[in-house]
Structure formats: structure tokens, C-alpha cells
Ligand binder design. Structure first.
Ligand code: UT7
Length: 325
């Protein structure tokens, strides 16, 4: 029996020019390169230039993904842009990017699930394709978290970075079994009772300000370690596959210790895990597509390989998407 699959046909990313090594924080913050590296795995991150917006990063990533696929703006009929740091309250950052890349038809919208944003965006793009509402979807994760940092809070401001990644999914016929290319299974979860563990203390309706990020790091860490392996295993089970079938785990890049312990729980060796957190820091919804694009450009990810992506963030919201490249 044939079935419609959402198959990856192009990937790209963009990082702002300015690289900020851990040493830059030492002038004005009570921290050390050793603490940041040993507790998070982060060595450097990129920060957007003044006036450089989330839409600018997203546009470059989208253009790079289109070039990778050999496509142009009008060839895409939908865009899902995951971000928690939009240019403006409205209109969506996605519609701005839609115009910037010359996407003359279709529809574009933002989606907000913080660090799980790209997993949610992939699942939504998959649903649009499988239900016949779109044929080619640009799925983007783009963030400027440097704009919502509390620079006096050493427990958070050293952890985040800016960047964008984009993936193009195309409707293609599959057989319906797990040897198909494309998205094979999604598992999305959220639980609002954990709201206070990770949030931004401002917003349009509440304070009429953008606010800054507040996080109970160790508590989020505990949830990450237990929930990520579980959602990863659920996605594998939905597709009738196991950890032995996985070629690459592409995790949300928040903390190297979380990445390692999740891989161990999933029973996937670290050699099969894409790690970019040392170079990008935590770029929230951008971290998975950034990791996909970097890994593809290094020749690590190849056609027909099985990829398990997983992420958790504010909400709490978490999930996993299993796809064959
Ligand atoms: O992407 C969304 C999901 N987010 C995450 O997954 C983040 C999850 N959490 C984490 O990654 C970790 O909890 C952190 C990296 C945020 C913190 O690591 P930790 O091992 O949990 O450290 P901690 O918060 O328990 O702090 C240990 C010590 C504390 O000092 P005392 O109380 O033991 O004296 C902190 O005050 O380290 C201190 N500390 C710092 N020291 C130097 C906290 N931040 C810093 C810092 N530099 N930047």
C-alpha cells in the first residue's frame, strides 16, 4: 500500500558572524571557562549583531536550505517557523521570511514551543504533508536568545546563543513501512504544571515588555534526563524500530551531560550522537536544524540513515521525531 511521506530534500543553517568564547564573560561575571565547559559542554556561541533580527537569521538559513535542495522560494507552499524570539508581536516572523525568500504563494506561520519548537514544527509540517494540505514545507528554527538574557544571572546567560537552521520536507510516495524515507513517527508532550521551571518574566498581555529568561537549571536537568529517553523510545516503538536501528541521535543541544546521559538511556553509543553544543551553546528551537545542517555538511548524515531527534524546553514541552534521511 502506498502512503505519503514527508521526506527531507534540503537543509541549511546560518550563524551570526560574532563568536563569543567563554572567556568574554570573565570580565564582568563571576564565572570561569572551566565551570561553563564542565557543567554544560559549551565553549563558545554566536550572538547576532545589533539590528540583526531573528528573521534575518531565518532568511539566510532558508536560502541555504533551498540552495541545498536545488529549489527556489516559489517551489515551497508552506512554512512553519519555530521561534520564541520573534521580530515583533505580529505579524509572524514567518511571513517576513516568506517575502524575503521570494515565496510568492502558500502560507507561513510561527510556532512556539521554546526548545522543543523544532520537534513540534516537524510534527506539524508532517501533518500538513500527510493530510495533503502542502507539498513542500520549509521548517525553520530561528532564535536570538541573546535578546532575552539577564546578563546579571550567571546561571543562565552563559548557556544560550543565536542561530537558525532550516529543513525542507517534500511529499513523496512511500510503502508505509519503516524502510521508507521521511518522517516515520512523532511523539509530542507538554505539561503546564512545570511552567515555573523555565519561563520569560514578561510578555504582551502581562507586562507589555519582552522580559528575560528565568530557569531552575537543576530541576529542568532532572526532567530532561528522564523525559528525553522516554519520548525517543516512544517514537521508535511507534515505527516498530529499536535503538539498534538508529544511525544518528540528533538531540536538542542544551547541555553535553544531558546529551550523554540520554544517549546512554537510549542505548545508543556516543559515536552515533551529533554534538554541536560546544560551538553553538543552546540556540533553543534552532539547535536541532543547526545540528542537522552541520552534520550533513561534514558528511556524517547520509541518505537512508535513520535519525532520532529529541528536545525539551519551557512549558515544559518535549518530544521526539524519527525520520529516515
Ligand atoms: O533548553 C532548555 C532546557 N534547558 C536545559 O536543558 C538546561 C538544564 N540544566 C542544566 O543544563 C544545568 O542545570 C546547568 C548547566 C544550568 C547548571 O548545572 P548544574 O550542575 O545543575 O549546576 P547548579 O545549578 O547546581 O550549580 C552548581 C554551582 C552553584 O554554586 P553552589 O550553590 O554549589 O555554591 C551555582 O551557584 O555552580 C554555581 N554556578 C556557577 N558558577 C560559575 C552557577 N552558574 C555558574 C556559572 N559560573 N556560570
Amino acid at each position: 500500500m502506498t502512503t505519503i511521506r514527508a521526506v527531507p530534500v534540503g537543509v541549511g543553517h546560518y550563524l551570526p558572524e560574532r563568536v563569543v568564547p567563554n572567556s568574554e564573560f570573565l570580565d564582568w561575571l563571576d564565572t570561569s571557562d572551566e565551570w561553563i565547559k564542565s557543567r554544560s559542554g559549551i565553549e563558545r556561541r554566536h550572538f547576532a549583531a545589533e539590528g540583526e533580527l531573528t528573521s534575518d537569521l531565518a532568511t539566510q538559513a532558508a536560502l541555504n536550505a533551498l540552495a541545498d535542495a536545488g529549489l527556489e522560494g516559489p517551489d515551497v507552499d508552506a512554512m512553519v517557523l519555530a521561534t520564541s524570539t520573534p521580530d515583533y508581536t505580529f505579524p509572524s516572523t514567518a511571513t517576513k521570511v516568506q517575502h524575503a525568500i521570494g515565496m510568492t504563494g502558500g502560507f507561513a506561520f510561527d510556532l512556539q514551543a521554546v526548545c522543543a519548537g523544532f520537534s513540534y514544527a516537524l510534527a506539524n509540517a508532517n501533518a500538513l504533508i500527510v493530510s495533503g494540505q502542502a507539498k513542500r514545507v520549509l521548517v525553520i528554527g530561528a532564535e536570538t536568545f541573546s535578546r532575552i538574557m539577564n546578563w546579571k544571572d550567571r546561571t543562565t546567560c552563559v548557556l544560550f546563543g543565536d542561530g537558525a537552521g532550516a529543513l525542507i520536507l517534500e511529499a513523496q510516495e512511500g510503502t508505509g513501512d519503516s524502510s521508507d524515507r521521511g518522517i516515520l513517527a512523532c511523539d509530542l508532550n507538554s505539561d503546564g504544571k512545570y511552567r515555573d521551571l523555565l519561563y520569560v518574566d514578561g510578555g504582551v498581555s502581562s507586562t507589555q515588555t519582552a522580559g528575560v529568561l528565568v530557569m531552575e537549571g537543576p530541576e529542568v536537568f532532572k526532567h530532561a534526563v528522564s523525559k528525553l529517553a522516554k519520548t525517543g523510545n516512544t517514537a521508535l516503538a511507534k515505527a516498530g524500530l529499536t535503538h539498534d536501528d538508529v544511525d544518528w541521535v540528533v538531540p536538542h543541544q542544551a547541555n553535553l551531560r544531558i546529551i550523554k546521559s540520554t544517549a546512554a538511556k537510549l542505548k545508543v553509543p556516543l559515536e552515533k550522537v551529533i554534538v554541536t553544543v560546544q560551538d553553538h551553546g543552546n540556540t533553543s528551537a534552532a539547535s536541532i536544524p543547526l545540528a542537522l545542517s552541520v552534520a550533513k555538511s561534514k558528511g556524517q548524515i547520509r541518505k537512508n540513515q535513520l535519525l532520532l531527534t529529541e528536545a525539551i524546553g519551557g512549558g515544559l514541552a518535549w518530544g521526539a521525531v524519527l525520520l529516515r534521511w
